[in-house]
Design a protein around this ligand. Sequence first.
Ligand code: IK2
Length: 458
Amino acid sequence: MLRNVAATSVLLAGPLRGRKAGASLSRCLHQTVTMAKRLPARRLQGIDYNPWVEFVKLSKEHDAVNLGQGFPDFSPPDFAVEAFQQATGGDFMLNQYTMAFGYPPLTKILASFFGRLLGQELDPLKNVLVTVGAYGALFTAFQGLVDEGDEVIIIEPFFDCYEPMTLMAGGCPVFVPLKPSPTQDGELDSSGSWRLDPAELASKFTSRTKALVLNTPNNPLGKVFSKAELELVAGLCQQHDVLCISDEVYQWLVFDGHQHISIASLPGMWERTLTIGSAGKTFSATGWKVGWILGPDTIMKHLRTVHQNSVYHCPTQGQAAVAKSFEREQLHLGQPSSYLEQFPKAMQLNRDHVIRSLQSVGLKPVTPHGSYFLIADVSDFKLKMPDLPGAADEPYDRRFVKWMIKNKGLVAIPVSIFYSRPHQKDFDHYIRFCFVKEEATLRAMDEKLQEWRAELES
Ligand code: IK2
């Protein structure tokens, strides 16, 4: 550390030697010492912990059945794999840089594909930005729009990166929870029974509110926001002149006849909404890391400024493969041959399989209407698990998941990571399972659960 300080001092003081004002030199030297002491940058304070790093590592260490992280353990559809192979083995120019804001065939097909869904005429150059996955899209949006002191409303439970991304941009996250309302028989049966309290939501809007982050279908709950719920959010955003960052990466994954509605398609919302998507989630190819943002040029131009000064452009070959995949889907959309029709049907079967299996050991799943996640209530196990690992003040679900990985060979994700710290304790009796897994993985899960059940019965 000391060597670090000295080295930094010399480096920074060097170019200043020729300057006239001694005061400026000493101020710089002083800054140097303070900066070295303050490693890392202030914007990273308090956000160094990342739950994915911890739980992915744990799952690898224990060689357990992985229903944790949200990635398919099966191949993308053949047409997507072929498109990727073509992109890597065909036109040699796909090995080179492409246009900064997106490979032209991709921005073109995204504009026409999503323009139709959003009811907008989209200009591929002005209304579309291709990013490094939806993560990159979110980061670009927060950096481009959120200023020091701006408030950002985040609906809980939320995909965990919204909070650190708000903080890194200098903003202040303001949380509002979806609240489970018991059904008639006292059970919490589906993600649809988790709702916003309209008065509470309205109370979160202030003159400092810059943006609201919406995620539908929601990770981890699988809630698909209804038209009425979206209208409530839209009305408040318009009333308070607030932007909406709408994360719709699971938009194709809706079940039981539920419908995904993009908030940007509601009257008066296109002008203030950024719609974020992910090819990884759309085509079961999370490693490609191709994402996008759609929005009005008045907002997108600021995102382009961030993009051109950070990643500049995304890998060309992955973009080419995604372009071809969407071109194919455009021809099949609405037909049984469409992957976007087939995929949710297959995932609904997986969902039902996992629900039945979890119920067999007494876990209480909340049926998701969308996404490829479900949460399950584990509070009934509280008394049966006297020797959970971890510190007593660590949320119960984290300790439960660590115990389950080690003792039952099953990986899930604690739901408290999807909550702000003050609210974690209220929701730490849920754990999240991912069901975008192949048949063999689900069978392996069944075996583990049957062993567990036998132990409970003995
Ligand atoms: N937005 C949401 C809501 C996501 O769920 C994800 C991916 N998360 O998957 C990990 C998990 O929850 O287990 C993203 C954005 C990021 O998408 P991409 O992979 O395209 O960057």
